[in-house]
Design a protein around this ligand. Structure first.
Ligand SMILES: *Cc1c(COP(=O)(O)O)cnc(C)c1O
Length: 432
């Protein structure tokens, strides 16, 4: 499969090149040239298939031309070694719990898949050592670092703002060692992201080492997220609830929802999507006005969605050929502030005994507000509530920390402190 750039100014590339480069040379995002439709028979019998079996069919449509079937199967099965249960909350509303992976975040799926695919290119196709740079304000760093831990031929540098990441999240990527280096930057998240961007554009560094990104701009990170949309549908089918399914995605950079839109293009019978925003409602405003006005992000308690210029917006525009009307026909939006998010967490816990994290709460509320008669709503619960303990506990009382998280907290922190100027970061990488 060839991949083109959303900016249309650079040549098409192979899957391997798209994954190793991350971003096209014209700064556009890579898109597969074709989105294959899966046969009707596949959708009819989905309820009888396991998560891995379903994902393997979807993976073959994306990657089957570029990865040998047996190797692809191994990558998929190894990535999805945990469940993604659909849990009933109330009425016609279900939570798709994406947080049962190693770091308790939905990004585990994309992080693990990408690491294994890159590992395959290195082993089988002679790809030289790849260095992954990832700037994080929390969850991305932990999912990517854990996904890539111990994968030969790949080194990961996690850049994070000193003192601005929660202690639980910090220990998930600073205690690993091996091929994971945590860089503690004396600045804010935007400084970390600026350092990564400058590194990608620096000629000396690119001569010195292969650099790629494991953010959702990378096709190997975002496309595998389509897997669980199919599995959600299969679980609805098992319940006889698959007709008129609406899926709601708490969104930041819009990689997650874009993967779902790809699923719909492949024939997955989802009626429509809801893109749920916190106060960073750039996409919601776009739906209302047809104008895309990125602006600096504001801090909220659903901080993984604090994005002022959603990177995958370019992919959504490309998918719908820039038609605002077509986008509005399939996606609706909403925006909630911190007080509303807190109220939702409390109400759902009190009334339905279901514990939401702040991101899932945005998703739940959007479904509760927008579901029409006859529709069945599924919101993606993107992180375990314990990861946002400091926000959730004052609302619902003490919550249990899962053993997986406690294990990280027992490790020893190893990180390298760096100032926020590019010259120091560049020198550090040149010495590696
Ligand atoms: C990353 C993240 C999101 C936003 O996902 P996008 O793909 O960037 O839209 C939502 N919730 C949580 C918990 C996240 O970590």
């Amino acid at each position: 499969m060839q991949y083109y750039s959303t900016n249309g100014q650079s040549p098409e590339v192979s899957l391997q090149e798209a994954v190793v480069k991350g971003l096209a040379s014209d700064k556009g995002l890579f898109m597969p040239k074709q989105i294959k439709r899966l046969p009707e028979s596949f959708f009819q019998n989905m309820k009888d298939l396991s998560f891995q079996e379903i994902a393997f069919e979807v993976a073959k449509a994306f990657f089957g031309e570029d990865v040998e079937e047996a190797a692809l199967k191994e990558i998929v099965y190894d990535t999805l070694s945990f469940d993604v249960p659909l849990v009933h909350v109330n009425d016609n509303i279900y939570s798709l719990e994406l947080y049962h992976g190693p770091t308790l975040a939905f990004k585990d799926v994309g992080g693990r898949f990408m690491s294994r695919l890159l590992g395959y290119f290195i082993r089988k196709q002679g790809q030289k050592q790849v260095n992954v740079l990832v700037a994080t304000s929390g969850d991305t760093g932990s999912a990517v670092a854990n996904g890539f831990l111990g994968v030969e031929g790949i080194h990961v540098y996690v850049l994070y703002p000193k003192g601005k990441v929660s202690p639980i999240q910090e220990c998930q990527f600073t205690t690993l060692g091996k091929n994971i280096t945590a860089l503690e930057i004396d600045g804010v998240f935007d400084d970390c992201q600026a350092l990564v961007k400058s590194a990608f554009m620096d000629a000396d560094l690119n001569k010195h080492m292969n650099l790629t990104s494991a953010n959702s701009i990378n096709v190997a990170r975002f496309l595998p997220q389509a897997f669980y949309y199919f599995y959600a549908y299969a679980q609805l089918q098992k319940l006889g609830k698959e007709k008129e399914a609406v899926i709601c995605v708490p969104s930041g950079n819009f990689g997650n929802i874009t993967a779902g839109l790809f699923g719909k293009r492949m024939g997955l019978p989802i009626k429509r999507f809801i893109a749920a925003n916190n106060r960073n409602d750039i996409f919601y405003q776009y739906l209302l006005t047809g104008e895309y006005n990125p602006r600096p992000s504001v801090q909220t308690i659903a901080n993984a969605m604090d994005v002022g210029a959603p990177s995958n917006f370019a992919r959504i525009l490309d998918l719908y050929k820039n038609s605002h009307k077509d986008i509005c026909a399939e996606i609706s939006g909403c925006t909630y502030n911190d007080d509303q998010i807190r109220t939702t967490i409390k109400q759902v816990f009190d009334q339905h005994k279901y514990l939401l994290d702040p991101h899932g709460a945005v998703g739940y509320q959007a479904v509760a507000d927008q579901l029409k008669p006859g529709e069945v709503g599924v919101f993606l619960e993107t992180a375990h509530p314990a990861k946002f303990k400091d926000t959730v506990e004052p609302i619902v009382g003490a919550i249990e920390i899962p053993e997986k998280l406690q294990a990280f907290m027992r490790g020893t922190k190893q990180s390298i402190e760096l100032p926020k100027d590019f010259a120091s970061f560049k020198q550090f990488l040149l010495n590696e």
